[in-house]
Ligand binder design. Structure first.
Ligand code: PMV
Length: 360
């Protein structure tokens, strides 16, 4: 396990004038939710997520050596075109990670980024975007210091991604990723995401996530504001404890594939996340009427058919429908027949569990 100071490099052994890398990083969907943080993007509770496969950000990073004049220098392209409004977020990220990547002011960077999912679909691109950028910077650091181990490379990429956007640290490597210190999970840490280290039942292999786009509008509450609302929240301490309990309960579920128990934990986590927002001051309702229609339709379908399908939610109105690969056809038929009508312009995205970031 690494400490934050381990990620402050000593002298680099190589020098490099210019080059480029390209990495894709996927989005992820939390089963136990991260909601509430301390200073420096330290989570108030541990979380666990499935890494997705199809919803990803592809980022190319080109770099040329420049005079270190004390400033960061970068161009930002989104889908091939300059995108000024993304720059402040990147600037802030560079400031936060500079101590860990001391070469940043020695280069001019061109960051060229695109998503595989529709822009403003209501799917956050911050997790995949920050993970893709962080891992590109790690490729450059590895070129400067080829001795670096694979473990260091991956852990530090996740550590840097966390400083960009908390949940991004769960988008670097592994199918099931834990972020946050949990006594029962070996190697888990608040500083970066780690691959879930214990047995996972085959029922979770190729587990499906169909994302129903209920509302593609701008987020009502940014996650920064949302996390802040957990400070002095009347139920915060109990909620943080519950996240630890739910993560512990998932350990035997991952092992024995008990989907009834899985569903109870996952749906409760989603509703608790929204309950926290409904009970904060100020309070928010991020679900839309169609979110509730979908939840009720899933419950009825599950009750009628005994097919183990469930939902989870992020901090918005869209619904992630989770189910094993073995019932894919039946669930997709159900989605097309009964749920698509609740989606904005009938839009949904089919995804499944994936492995993390890829070079090239
Ligand atoms: O990574 P952030 O700061 O955007 O927070 C995301 C939090 C949730 O998506 C709501 C839950 C989670 O654990 O991903």
């Amino acid at each position: 396990m690494f400490e934050a100071d381990d990620f402050i490099p000593s002298k680099y052994t190589n020098s490099i004038d210019k080059g480029n890398f390209s990495w894709s990083a996927p989005s992820n969907i939390a089963l136990v939710k991260y909601w509430g943080k301390k200073e420096n993007q330290i989570p108030a509770n541990p979380s666990v997520s499935f890494t997705l496969n199809n919803c990803k950000t592809i980022t190319a990073l080109a770099f040329t050596k420049k005079q270190n004049d004390g400033n960061f220098s970068f161009d930002l392209l989104f889908e091939g075109k300059p995108k000024e409004d993304f720059k402040p977020k990147i600037q802030k990220f560079l400031e936060r990670v500079e101590v860990y990547l001391p070469f940043l002011k020695d280069y001019h960077f061109t960051i060229d980024t695109q998503n595989t999912f529709p822009h403003s679909s209501g799917i956050a691109s911050s997790a995949s975007g920050m993970a893709a950028l962080a891992i590109n910077f790690m490729s450059l650091e590895k070129a400067l210091n080829p001795e670096m181990t694979e473990d260091y490379f991956i852990s530090k990429a996740s550590f840097l991604a966390r400083l960009g956007s908390g949940s991004a640290c769960r988008s670097v490597k592994g199918q099931v990723v834990v972020w946050g210190n949990q006594a029962s999970i070996k190697g888990s840490t608040d500083l970066y995401g780690v691959e879930y280290p214990y047995e996972i039942h085959p029922v979770f292999k190729n587990f499906q996530d169909t994302i129903l786009l209920v509302d593609k509008g701008e987020k009502q509450v940014s996650s920064t504001v949302g996390h802040d609302l957990m400070h002095n929240h009347p139920f915060a301490e109990r909620r943080f404890a519950q996240a630890h309990e739910n993560l512990d309960k998932l350990i035997p579920v991952f092992k024995n594939g008990d989907l009834d128990e899985f569903i109870k934990i996952v749906e409760s986590e989603a509703l608790t996340l929204h309950a926290m927002m409904m009970t904060s001051q100020p309070y928010f309702i991020l679900m839309k009427p169609n979110t509730l229609q979908i939840i009720n339709a899933i419950w009825k379908f599950r009750n009628d058919t005994k097919i183990p399908v469930c939902f989870t939610l992020d901090a918005g109105a869209n619904v992630h429908v989770l189910y094993p690969n073995s019932v894919k056809e039946k669930v997709l038929q159900f989605i097309q027949a009964e749920l698509v009508g609740y989606c904005q312009n009938g839009q949904y995205l089919c995804d499944e569990i994936g492995n993390g970031a890829l070079l090239g």
